[in-house]
Unconditional design. Structure first.
Ligand SMILES: [Zn+2]
Length: 244
């Protein structure tokens, strides 16, 4: 989005100010406030990196699920759509791997395994489409023991910037959304296909555990999804605004 009108900017100011005082605010509900003195986060300019947002899974691949059967694919998409709005309103160009509940495999591919493989190849092609991009893949976690909770960022060492970005995202999620979370970012290998083979700074955000009933309730809540999205947005924006 190239043009940003003043009203939207003012709304954004309210959104970004709100997070400093209340992590429970509804960040995608932009409320109007007439205050011309506050700055927009970052500067609106065209040399910003393209933001590639990947909502994990989709279509027949629901990903992991909460105990009451809510799959992560919809939660991932909600967070990504919220992130898209936040980035676009701040002057970033955004590309999504999917904007609806579907797999993005090539037409004519037969069989679930082949479709999944094609889907992942196509997602990676979007990750590597732009030489100047930042790629975020959004997922929810699951474990056999329901006691575990908390977001965790994954990165590969195939891009030297990814670790730094992952730490920033981890820090912002803890600061704004999960103050009790003391997880550390985690290095991944080829098993996280998109992270490993992406040529751009890339982080996979496991936003929380659907296997933890308490956290699952939060993750299903749209306001909480917006808080997670804002935390990720703030981290990426800080990363790009400071040149690292
Ligand atoms: Zn997943």
């Amino acid at each position: 989005m190239k043009k940003i009108n003043k009203k939207i900017i003012k709304r954004l100011i309210v959104v970004t100010s709100a997070v400093a005082v209340c992590a429970g605010a509804v960040f995608c509900s932009y409320r109007y406030m007439d205050n011309k003195t506050l700055p927009v986060i970052g500067s609106v300019q065209s040399d910003k990196p393209v933001i590639v947002l990947d909502a994990g899974h989709g279509g027949i691949d629901g990903g992991c699920s909460s105990a009451d059967g809510v799959p992560e694919k919809g939660i991932n998409l909600n967070i990504v759509l919220c992130l898209r709005d936040m980035f676009e309103i701040n002057g970033y160009d955004v590309e999504l791997t999917r904007s609806e509940d579907r797999s993005i495999h090539d037409d004519g591919i037969e069989g679930i395994a082949n479709q999944k493989s094609s889907d992942m190849d196509n997602r990676l092609a979007i990750f590597n489409k732009y030489p100047n991009a930042i790629c975020i893949s959004v997922h929810q976690n699951q474990f056999t023991d329901p006691k575990y909770s908390g977001a965790q960022m994954f990165y590969a060492d195939t891009n030297s910037e990814s670790k730094y970005l992952a730490q920033k995202m981890q820090d912002k999620i803890v600061e704004y959304t999960q103050p009790e979370n003391n997880r550390e970012i985690k290095l991944c290998g080829k098993e996280l296909f998109l992270c490993y083979f992406s040529k751009n700074p890339t982080v996979m955000a496991e936003c929380g555990f659907l296997s933890n009933p308490e956290e699952a309730e939060k993750l299903k809540d749209e306001d909480y999804q917006k808080q997670i999205a804002f935390s990720i947005f703030a981290a990426v924006n800080e990363y790009t605004s400071k040149g690292k």
